[in-house]
Design a protein around this ligand. Structure first.
Ligand code: HEM
Length: 446
């Protein structure tokens, strides 16, 4: 029978959930239970149990309370919907995320990153999370809506800035009541959400069918017809929210790890130099950049942007020798399992080489994008985006960590740095003029 949390443990759960879960896993083992009030919670900390959660019992669980409450903002989008609606939406949307479709977004990712890089000045100091947000925002906006959104990218940015903390609030116990508070913060956030809704509905109504994600959502249909306007709006908001902060934080952690591991950074530079020889990378280069891929894989192991996944049991479920009651909340935490020395040798060391051996990690010990029927639909998009951005920027820039900073993770909706991380820019490529580079990209896009 799981024990009630003490007041100290309860405070730690809210203040520092990473430490809370780590201690729980160390003390209680593979199935670590606890109770808050009358509700039982379990942290599943073994790949077999994680497999059972996502696969064996996949049909007998639903999203946890936090995500259910975020329906107030996201409506019935893919992240929050359940059952038949989720299944239909997933089927309708999956084609837009097929390999060949994702490849079509690569040009936009490359052009935006080259353009962004041309704006950086050597010997300046940047806030890495803010910069990755500034770079990835037009990428996500333009791949979703097409080029005509250019003038409205700032509306999307303002709404996302307001929505991310709003989502955090919505996920708290009684969060929905907090959202209605007449405070200036809530009023501003609601105004930003309304502005985004107006923009999304305008883009839906003006869609030119250019083949970007929104056009594909609007064109998708099955025997029961297509999606309603409201459903498309919910999906668009979901994609914006699920796809932006996660990739921003993944890349920010990657730059931090590279800046603190100079030998690994050098190996990455060597690979980029020998494979690309100064060329702007394209999607066809990715397969020839295994070290780049390993660096990102290892980043998402140590700093998984989605650091935990919650589910509610719809019926009693068995994990190994333990049966949990209906209504129990179940967690699988990437932060805990992906850092576990039972599954990864020297588990706290940043070592991209571990991904270049023949020993694949144990299945369900590594799940940065989740698993089973609810696995991230944007996984391919995210890999490609992170690979191209990292390749292009690391080819041109060395990012050095400014001295005297405290870098700690903060576990909120995503795992992000607790404080801003400042880095200094050093230019690497001197022989490619910006004009030559831009014309190279423009030619490659024709
Ligand atoms: C590094 C980047 C990303 C990470 C680490 C990540 C992680 C995840 C995880 C762990 C889930 C599963 C949640 C659960 O089971 O409860 C998920 C679901 C989802 N993600 Fe991502 N994601 C990333 C990028 C993206 C991108 C770029 C998009 C869209 C363009 C996206 C859209 C979604 C959607 C719509 C779902 C819900 C899927 C469903 O339930 O059918 N994600 N993501």
């Amino acid at each position: 029978m799981p024990k009630h949390l003490s007041l100290t443990q309860f405070r730690q759960l809210h203040r520092d959930p990473l430490q809370f879960f780590s201690t729980l896993a160390q003390e209680e083992g593979e199935i670590a239970g606890f109770k808050i009030g009358r509700k039982p919670y379990y942290l599943l900390n073994h790949p077999d149990h994680i497999h059972d959660l996502f696969i064996t019992h996949g049909k007998h669980v639903q999203k946890g309370r936090a995500l259910r409450q975020s329906k107030r903002l996201l409506g019935e989008g893919l992240l929050t919907s359940e059952g038949a609606l989720h299944l239909r939406q997933r089927r309708l949307m999956q084609p837009a995320f097929h390999r060949q479709e994702i490849a079509r977004y690569a040009d936009c990712m490359v052009a935006e990153t080259v353009h962004f890089s041309a704006d950086w000045q050597p010997a300046t100091t940047i806030n890495i999370v803010a910069e990755m947000r500034r770079l990835l925002l037009p990428i996500v906006a333009k791949t979703l809506f097409g080029g005509e959104v250019s003038a409205d990218v700032q509306t999307v940015g303002t709404a996302l800035d307001a929505l991310t903390p709003l989502l955090q609030t919505a996920m708290l116990p009684f969060g929905n009541r907090l959202l209605d508070l007449p405070t200036p913060r809530m009023k501003n956030a609601r105004a930003a959400l309304n502005a985004l809704d107006v923009l999304v509905y305008r883009l839906i109504d003006d869609d030119t069918g250019e083949g970007f994600l929104l056009s594909m959502l609007l064109a998708a249909h099955d025997a029961d017809g297509g999606m309603s306007r409201q459903q498309v709006r919910d999906e668009v908001l979901t994609l914006l929210l699920a796809g932006h902060e996660t990739s921003v934080n993944g890349l920010a952690w990657c730059w931090y790890l590279l800046a603190t591991h100079p030998k690994i950074l050098q190996k990455l530079h060597d690979e980029l130099a020998s494979v690309l020889a100064g060329r702007v990378p394209s999607i066809s280069d990715i397969a020839s950049l295994p070290y780049l891929d390993a660096v990102l894989r290892e980043t998402l192991r140590l700093y998984p942007p989605a650091w935990t996944i919650g589910r509610t049991a719809l019926q009693p479920l068995t994990f190994g020798t333990c049966t949990v009651p209906a209504g129990a909340t179940l967690f699988a935490s990437q932060w805990i399992t992906q850092r576990d020395a039972r599954f990864f040798a020297d588990s706290l060391t940043f070592n991209p080489d571990r991904w270049l051996t023949d020993d694949a990690p144990r299945k369900f010990a590594y799940f940065p994008f989740g698993a089973g029927a609810r696995i991230c639909i944007g996984e391919r998009f995210a890999w490609l985006e992170m690979q191209l951005v990292l390749a292009i920027l690391a080819q041109r820039w060395r990012l050095e960590l400014c001295a005297g900073q405290i870098v700690e993770p903060l576990a909120r909706v995503t795992l992000r740095p607790k404080h801003d991380i400042y880095m200094r820019l050093k230019r690497r490529v001197h022989n490619v003029s910006q004009a030559a580079e831009m014309s190279e990209v423009i030619t490659s896009l024709r």
